[in-house]
Ligand binder design. Sequence first.
Ligand code: SF4
Ligand code: SF4
Length: 104
Amino acid sequence: MSNTPSTPDVENASLEDRLYTVKYEDPGESHLDVQVVGFCVERCTTDDCVDVCPADVWRKDEDGEPVIAYENCLECGSCRFACPYNNVVWEYPENGSGVTYQYG
Ligand code: SF4
Ligand code: SF4
């Protein structure tokens, strides 16, 4: 029996189904961060990084500090441009790690 997952119906797949087709290689350390620690808590009123991320990478803890699940990042770059304070540090993961798309 093959270990290859069956091909999902990408024409009608939910976002969760589509995310299931994405392969991640954990680079071991985050390629995402914030420029100024504390700014997100003290000054940010929009949380655009949280709202814009399609993979729920950005969340806020109970103190308002960002928690970044970088392992799930789709490398779309949206958080980098959405932050109105230019407070996102965004780099590509190390070579050979990060996201691999199965379709397109
Ligand atoms: S949008 Fe920018 S300033 Fe606001 S929480 Fe996100 S990273 Fe911090
Ligand atoms: S690059 Fe895209 S997927 Fe990755 S954290 Fe930013 S918004 Fe989320």
